[in-house]
Design a protein around this ligand. Structure first.
Ligand SMILES: Cc1cc2nc3c(=O)[nH]c(=O)nc-3n(C[C@H](O)[C@H](O)[C@H](O)COP(=O)(O)O)c2cc1C
Length: 299
């Protein structure tokens, strides 16, 4: 049975990608990392960040709302301490969280030559102070600018992770594709508010957060399908995957790779089960090649 996917000239053993922020930097559970197609590391910023005040996370079986606030070790410690400690050969994509184009450029410049880095995922969802708190990912022209600057700085695969919060993600996806992204990642978390009614106050320490988990899957499936109609650039899905069937559905909708996120918080070995479920699904239908399913949803 062939689970292999080729994307932007790079080979992935299977379509599963560990989503940023849900598998830390890849220092633990390496027996799981060994089995997936790629890992995206926790988003890093130019300087380290302590993250948001607590509470930072709220979850049920269907939903997670987090406001971790990009807690991370920063660029310098990431390249000096984390990268040399990685003990697996699975491709590593580094999630870069910039507030300005210069932030992205500086991080790419510094990490671009690191052999251990297979490629980059640009997280364009951070609030851009220059534009009154609007994130880069909410504006098609800002997405184009950051993507084209980054494209010039690296020949390594560049994935652009988009938001659909208060913007038309079909437009930002076209911008990213035209500016040279190797893939667009759909989607980052959806903006969310939790309220402590007794206190008449937001529940999360940061005020609001990002929604993820199975509750967002039907929406993200729809977005993947719609965006696949307007770009030829590969799509990487990210939203609510908990089973092998979820992965198959995303491939049919047009995704080439599928990220696995929130479920890792409950079960860091979830990907092993998901791979077994995909194999069973293919076996039951006497199908041999997973890549043959990509974009094969019929109207
Ligand atoms: C606790 C937590 C932390 C996250 N941190 C990041 C991050 O640092 N950078 C990023 O681009 N996405 C981050 N995400 C978003 C996930 O990578 C993923 O895109 C999103 O959760 C949707 O997928 P899921 O429903 O499978 O979790 C985070 C999500 C969670 C739940």
């Amino acid at each position: 049975m062939n689970f292999e996917i080729i994307l932007a000239g790079q080979r992935f053993a299977n379509p599963l990608v560990l989503a940023s922020g849900t598998f830390s930097y890849g220092l633990r559970y390496t027996h799981v990392i060994d089995r997936v197609g790629a890992i995206v590391t926790k988003g890093i910023t130019v300087s380290g960040r302590a993250g948001n005040p607590p509470p930072r996370i709220w979850d049920t079986a269907e939903t997670v709302v987090n406001s971790v606030g990009l807690e991370n070790v920063g660029l310098e410690r990431f390249s000096q301490e984390i990268l040399p400690s990685l003990r697996f050969s699975t491709p590593v994509y580094v999630n870069l969280a910039g507030v300005t184009t210069d932030d992205f450029a500086m991080m790419l410049d510094s990490l671009g030559k690191e052999e251990r880095v297979s490629g980059f995922e640009l997280n364009l969802s951070c609030p851009n102070v220059k534009e009154g708190g609007q994130s880069i990912g909410q504006s098609a022209s800002s997405v184009a600018e950051v993507t084209s600057v980054c494209r010039k700085l690296t020949a390594k695969p560049l994935w652009v992770k988009l938001t659909s919060n208060f913007c038309d993600v079909r437009e930002t996806a076209v911008s990213a594709a035209e500016a040279g992204a190797d893939a667009v990642v759909l989607l980052n978390t959806l903006s969310a508010l939790l309220i402590d009614a007794g206190q008449r106050h937001p529940f999360l320490g940061a005020g609001s957060g990002g929604l993820s988990g199975p509750a967002i899957k039907p929406y993200v499936l729809y977005v993947v399908r719609e965006v696949s109609k307007v770009i030829d650039t590969p799509i990487i899905a990210s939203g609510g995957v908990v089973s092998g069937l979820d992965v198959i559905q995303y491939l049919l909708a047009g995704a080439s790779l599928v990220q696995v996120g929130s479920v890792n918080l409950q079960d860091p070995e979830a990907c092993l089960r998901i791979l077994a479920e995909i194999e069973k699904w293919l076996n039951e239908r006497d199908l041999k090649t997973l890549a043959d399913l990509i974009g094969k949803l019929e109207d």
